[in-house]
Design a protein. Structure first.
Ligand SMILES: [Zn+2]
Length: 119
């Protein structure tokens, strides 16, 4: 099983190998694509990131040292908020933070997890 650190290193490597010209040309995402990404199943994304959400909608926060679940997740609305470290935002923001990606990369990562094709 590949660790998250290894995966992040792999992502960094692949980004460095990509020529700057091709990255610049892919920096725009269509509104249609963004709408689909925003409406993606947050539960599936949390699963893919290994974040376990209890039946009360609380999870151990991955953004600060957390022993008691202090991360509140609203899977239906695709939003999260941590009562410990005040991290909060939508599912795209969650993926950006969790995987150290920028906005466009996070959208594409979500699309690949839930099976949205870019149009
Ligand atoms: Zn937190």
């Amino acid at each position: 099983m590949e660790s998250l650190t290894d995966k992040l290193r792999g992502i960094q490597r692949s980004l460095q190998e990509e020529p700057p010209a091709s990255r610049a040309s892919t920096d725009r995402l269509s509104n249609r694509f963004l709408e689909q990404v925003r409406a993606a199943d947050f539960g599936a994304i949390l699963d893919a990131l290994g974040v376990e959400v209890g039946s009360n909608g609380m999870a151990i926060c991955p953004f600060h040292p957390d022993n008691d679940p202090s991360l509140s997740v609203d899977v239906d609305r695709g939003l999260y908020h941590c009562f410990g470290c005040e991290a909060g935002g939508d599912l795209i923001d969650f993926v950006e933070r969790h995987r150290s990606l920028d906005f466009v990369e996070a959208c594409r990562w979500i699309a690949s997890v839930v099976g949205i094709s870019e149009t």
